[in-house]
Design a protein around this ligand. Structure first.
Ligand code: ADP
Length: 208
């Protein structure tokens, strides 16, 4: 299993780029944010524990992240694009442990999606999501074009929570660029997402 890790600030485009990689290159998209939101939606024991911290944009406990990720990985046999993990050096070490435990698991690329803070902020406060499939849309959309149901705002997409999450990204997540310095490639997502897709194509050429 080849693993691609995506790193970006909140609302940097990890979900959108992951979906592109899933559809074009047949990698399985695993989003820790979506897995956690599903736990809340299904009112599981984990969902009850994490509801408060997620609403405030705080990071969920590493043991919970490890548990849901390991459960998900045990059901998958294809290449994977990881969206939302690791968010800290400690979580990168958790992935390294899983790498040792399952010897068919190999981090091949780490893609850093670079975006200006103000662009990410305006995308965060205006984005809508499908409550069923978690696909992200812009503020002008009304229905999910896959599930045909009404789009909603995420309760952690206010300006105040974005700013707090962004600070944490700078302090805790950005140091991962140094941790993965041998594997990192950067793409830019300030402009049209089609431009970012072209950059992804250059990185994944040959993986189709
Ligand atoms: P975005 O797409 O805006 O970056 P995500 O959907 O990836 O947001 O994450 C939403 C929330 O889910 C985070 O603010 C955090 O509460 C929780 N979360 C997601 N991934 C992790 C993780 N690896 N570790 C801890 N918490 C996480």
């Amino acid at each position: 299993m080849n693993i691609i890790i995506l790193i970006s600030s909140p609302a940097g485009g990890k979900g959108t780029i992951s979906r592109y990689i899933e559809e074009k290159y047949h990698y399985k998209h695993i989003s820790t944010g979506n897995l956690l939101r599903n736990e809340i939606k299904n009112n599981t024991d984990i969902g009850k524990k994490i509801k408060g911290s997620m609403k405030k944009g705080k990071l969920v406990d590493d043991n919970i992240i490890k548990e849901i990720l390991e459960k998900e990985l045990s059901n998958i046999n294809s290449n994977i694009v990881l969206d939302g993990i690791p968010r800290t050096i400690n979580q990168a070490k958790i992935l390294d442990e899983l790498d040792k435990k399952y010897n068919n698991f190999k981090i091949t690329k780490v893609i850093y999606i670079e975006i200006d803070k103000d662009v990410a902020q305006s995308r965060a406060v205006s984005r809508l999501v499908c409550p069923n499939c978690n696909r992200t849309y812009s503020k002008d959309d009304i229905l999910c074009n896959k599930c045909n149901i009404k789009l909603v705002s995420r309760n952690d997409d206010s300006e105040e929570i974005f700013l707090d999450r962004y600070d944490r990204f700078i302090k805790e997540t950005r140091p991962l660029l140094e941790y993965y310095k041998d594997k990192i490639v950067t793409i830019y997502n300030n402009n049209d997402v089609e431009d970012a897709y072209l950059e992804v194509d250059k990185i994944l050429k040959g993986d189709e």
